[in-house]
Ligand binder design. Structure first.
Ligand code: ADP
Ligand code: MG
Length: 703
C-alpha cells in the first residue's frame, strides 16, 4: 500500500534543512547554511561533521552505499556507488564516510563525452559536492542509496557537466541583478536566486507493444506508422478523465517524487492520446534541474511497474502532438520577492520595467542562442509544426504591457486603455495592474504575469542548458543597463531615455499574435528575426563570436568549454540520426518488406487459384491491389537502397563533425522521410494479420 500521507511522506528521503538542523551541532549547521545561502567557503571541519551525520542518517534508513550524483554531457545522470564499509586492522567491518569523500570524488571519466576537454591520458574527472542541492536517498527494489548532488569537472577545472555552468550562470545573473537593485536604493540584498518550474510532458504506452517496435526500443520514436482515423481531432484527451491504469501510475509517481522532495503538483492528460503532463511547484533553478532529472528517471522506472513504457521523446508519433517542457523562469530575492512581479509602488514598477526591458533586449540580441539552447534532433520535428512554438524566437507580453512599453518609447503620457496615466519618472508612476489571464499558447517565450515561460525546451533534455543560456543573456543585458545608469546624473530622466531606447531597438521581438500562422513567418522575416528550423544550423549560435565573448565575460563557459559542447551536440545529432537510419533499415529488411512481399504473394496465389476454378470470376480488384503493392514495394525498395548508401557513407565519414551532422540532416533525415511515405501507404493496404509491428492504433490506445 502506498503511504499517501504527504505530511509524513514529503521529503522523508531528503537530507533536508530540518534534518540537518536536528542532527548537526548548531555552529556547524550555521556554517553550512552560510555556504548554502551566501556561498562562503566550506571548511574541512564542517565537511567532516556533515559527512558523519549524513552517513548516520542514510544508514539508519537502510542505505549501505553512497554515490556522487552528477550530470555529464550525455544529458543523463551518472552515479558510481561506494559502500560505507571500512575494515579495521582486526578484520572487523566498520562504517566510514569522511568529509573528503563527501566533498570530492574521482570517478574515471573516460567514457563520458568531453568534446576534447579531457585528454585521454588524463581520464580522471572530479566530482565536487554541490551543497545547494540536498542529498537524498534513491530507492529501488534493492533498497536505498545515498545520492549526493555534485558538479563534475576535469583535472584542469573545466566543467564536464551541465550543472557547473548553470551554477555559474546563476552567480553571473545574481551579480548583475544586485547592481540594478542598488540603483533603486536596495543596499541590503547581496544575492538573488533564479526560480524555475518545469512542466514535463510525456507519453505512456503498453510495454508489450513497445517491445515489438524496434524503432521505439532503439530510438524512442516511431520511424514508421500510418496515421489512424482518429487521434486528437476531437480534443477529447486534453484534461480528460484519467484512465485507472494511468491514474495508478501517476499516484505511485507522485508518492515516489514526494519522498525525495520533488514538489510534484499538477497532473493531467495532454492533447494527444496517451500523452500526459506533470508540473511541479517551482524551486531554485539548480534544485529544479536536479528534480527534473529525478522526475524523468522515476517516470520511466515507475511505468515499468505498471507494464507500461514512458516515452520522453519530443516526437514519438508523427501527426500527433509531441512533448516539450515549459520552463517557467523568474528571479527571486532572499526574502522571496519575485523581481518579475510588477510592484505596488511606482519605484518598484520602474524597477520591474528595467528587468522586463532587460529580458526583451537579451532575447532579441541572442535569439539564435536561445533557440539553440532548446535544440535537439527530436525537437526538429516539433518546433514549427503547429503544435509547439515556431522556431522563431519572439516574446508574448500581452496587450497592456505592450501598450505601456509603447508609451515609454514615445514619451507620451496618455491614459492607457486599461486606465491610469503612465509616467516612468519616479514618483509619478501609477500601479500597473497586469492582465495575467491572457494565455497565448503559440508563443515560444511568454510573459505570464510574474514569470517568463520558455516553451521550446525539449521534453527529454536537461533544463540546465536552456536556463544557463537564459541567465547569461539576461545578465549581459542587465550589465549594460547598470553600466549606463550607474553613471547617471539625472537618474529618472536617463532611466526613461534608456528604457525608451531599448524598447525602440528591440520591440521587433515582441509578438502577441498567433505564432502558428503563416503570416507570422513572413512578418518575422520582415522584422529581421532569425528562423532557424533545424538543430544543426542552430547549434552554430554557440560559437558566434558574440556568444563566446558573453559567456567568457560572465565566467559561465570558457571558449574551450563552449566549443566542446558545440562538438558534443553536433556529434550527438549525427549519432541519433545514424541510429534511426540503421533501425529503419533493419525494420524494412527484416519486417516490413518481407511482410509486404508475403502479402503480395498471398494475393498472387489467390489470383492463380481463382483463375484455376475456370469460373470466369472477376479478379480485377485483386490484380489492382497486387499492382499497388508491388509498385509500393518497388518504390520503398529504391528509397531503402538510397538510405543504405547514405548510411554507409555516414559511417565512414572522415570530414569534421560539422559536415558529418550536416550530411546526416541532408541525406539520412531526408531519405528517411521519403521511406516513411512509401511504408506508411503500404501499411494502409496490407492485411492486418500480415503487418509485423503494432500500428499507431494499437500503440496510442494501448493503455
Ligand atoms: P500552465 O500549464 O498554465 O503553463 P501551470 O500552473 O501548470 O501553468 O504551471 C506553471 C508552472 O510555473 C508551475 O511549475 C509553477 O510552479 C511555475 N511557476 C509559478 N510561479 C513561478 C515563478 N515565479 N517562477 C518560476 N516558476 C513559476
Ligand atoms: Mg505552461
Amino acid at each position: 500500500m502506498l503511504n499517501t500521507n504527504f505530511h509524513e511522506n514529503f521529503g522523508c528521503h531528503v537530507f533536508s534543512e530540518t534534518i540537518m538542523r536536528e542532527r548537526l551541532p548548531k555552529d556547524i549547521f550555521q556554517e553550512l547554511k552560510n555556504t548554502i545561502d551566501k556561498g562562503t567557503p566550506l571548511s574541512a571541519k564542517v565537511a567532516e561533521v556533515v559527512a558523519g551525520a549524513m552517513k548516520e542518517w542514510a544508514m539508519e534508513n537502510g542505505a549501505t552505499h553512497y554515490t556522487h550524483w552528477f550530470q555529464p554531457l550525455n544529458g543523463f545522470t551518472a552515479e558510481k556507488h561506494d559502500s560505507f564499509l571500512r575494515i579495521d586492522k582486526d578484520g572487523h567491518a566498520l562504517s566510514d564516510f569522511s568529509g573528503k569523500a563527501l566533498i570530492k570524488g574521482e570517478p574515471d571519466a573516460s567514457s563520458f563525452p568531453s568534446g576534447g576537454l579531457r585528454a585521454t591520458f588524463e581520464a580522471r574527472g572530479y566530482t565536487a559536492w554541490d551543497c545547494t542541492s540536498p542529498a537524498f536517498l534513491k530507492e529501488d527494489s534493492s533498497g536505498l542509496t545515498l545520492c549526493i548532488p555534485t558538479a563534475f569537472c576535469s583535472y584542469n577545472g573545466e566543467a564536464l557537466d551541465k550543472k557547473t555552468p548553470l551554477l555559474r550562470s546563476v552567480e553571473a545573473l545574481s551579480q548583475q541583478v544586485v547592481r540594478i537593485l542598488r540603483l533603486f536604493g536596495d543596499e541590503e540584498t547581496n544575492r538573488v536566486s533564479v526560480s524555475c518550474g518545469a512542466e514535463q510532458e510525456y507519453f505512456l504506452i503498453d510495454k508489450k507493444m513497445w517491445k515489438e517496435r524496434p524503432d521505439l526500443v532503439f530510438t524512442g520514436r516511431t520511424l514508421l506508422g500510418a496515421k489512424p482515423p482518429k487521434t486528437q481531432e476531437m480534443d477529447d484527451h486534453y484534461f480528460g478523465t484519467l484512465k485507472e491504469r494511468v491514474s495508478a501510475y501517476m499516484k505511485e509517481l507522485d508518492m515516489a517524487l514526494w519522498k525525495v522532495g520533488v514538489p510534484s503538483k499538477t497532473k493531467h492528460n495532454e492533447a494527444a492520446p496517451a500523452q500526459h503532463e506533470l508540473a511541479p511547484i517551482f524551486e531554485t533553478v539548480n534544485i529544479a534541474c536536479d528534480h527534473n532529472q529525478i522526475t524523468m528517471e522515476l517516470m520511466k522506472k515507475i511505468a515499468d511497474h505498471h507494464g507500461m513504457v514512458c516515452l520522453l521523446h519530443e516526437k514519438p508519433f508523427a501527426g500527433l502532438n509531441g512533448s516539450g517542457k515549459h520552463n517557467n523562469w523568474s528571479i527571486t530575492t532572499p526574502d522571496g520577492v519575485n523581481l518579475l512581479n510588477p510592484g505596488k509602488t511606482p519605484r518598484e514598477n520602474a524597477q520591474f520595467l528595467v528587468f522586463l526591458c532587460a529580458v526583451i533586449s537579451a532575447i532579441d540580441d541572442h535569439a539564435a542562442l536561445i533557440r539553440a539552447s532548446a535544440a535537439n534532433a527530436g525537437n526538429d520535428y516539433r518546433l514549427g509544426a503547429l503544435e509547439a512554438p515556431p522556431a522563431i524566437i519572439s516574446i508574448f507580453l500581452g496587450d497592456e504591457l505592450t501598450e505601456i512599453l509603447g508609451q515609454i518609447e514615445s514619451g507620451e503620457e496618455r491614459p492607457t486603455h486599461f486606465g491610469g496615466v503612465l509616467d516612468i519618472g519616479v514618483p509619478g508612476l501609477p500601479n500597473l495592474s497586469l492582465d495575467t489571464t491572457d494565455r497565448n499558447r503559440t508563443s515560444p517565450f511568454a510573459f505570464t504575469g510574474n514569470k517568463f515561460e520558455f516553451r521550446m525546451v525539449p521534453s527529454s533534455a536537461s533544463i540546465a542548458g536552456p536556463n544557463t543560456v537564459l541567465n547569461t543573456v539576461v545578465a549581459e543585458a542587465l550589465s549594460d543597463i547598470a553600466d549606463t545608469l550607474e553613471n547617471a546624473k539625472d537618474f529618472n530622466r536617463e532611466l526613461n531615455e534608456l528604457l525608451a531606447k531599448i524598447i525602440k531597438k528591440h520591440k521587433r521581438v515582441i509578438f502577441n499574435g498567433n505564432g502558428y500562422g503563416e503570416e507570422w513567418i513572413a512578418e518575422a522575416k520582415r522584422r529581421g528575426l532569425p528562423n532557424i528550423n533545424n538543430s544543426v544550423d542552430s547549434y552554430k549560435a554557440f560559437i558566434y563570436p558574440e556568444s563566446i565573448a558573453m559567456f567568457e565575460k560572465h565566467h559561465v563557459y570558457s571558449e574551450t568549454e563552449l566549443r566542446a559542447r558545440y562538438e558534443i551536440k553536433m556529434e550527438k545529432y549525427s549519432k541519433i540520426v545514424g541510429i534511426e537510419a540503421q533501425t529503419m533499415l533493419q525494420m524494412l529488411n527484416k519486417q516490413i518488406i518481407p511482410a509486404c512481399m508475403a502479402y503480395s504473394d498471398k494475393i498472387a496465389q489467390g489470383i492463380v487459384n481463382i483463375k484455376a476454378t475456370a469460373l470466369n470470376c472477376n479478379t480485377l480488384p485483386a490484380e489492382e491491389r497486387l499492382r499497388q503493392l508491388t509498385n509500393g514495394i518497388a518504390a520503398l525498395y529504391k528509397s531503402m537502397k538510397k538510405l543504405e548508401k547514405a548510411v554507409h557513407k555516414a559511417e565512414n565519414f572522415n570530414e569534421n563533425f560539422i559536415s558529418h551532422a550536416e550530411f546526416a540532416r541532408d541525406n539520412l533525415v531526408a531519405v528517411m522521410d521519403e521511406i516513411r511515405t512509401h511504408a506508411d501507404s503500404l501499411e494502409t493496404i496490407v492485411d492486418k494479420d500480415f503487418w509485423p509491428i503494432p500500428t499507431y492504433n494499437d500503440l496510442i490506445y494501448s493503455v
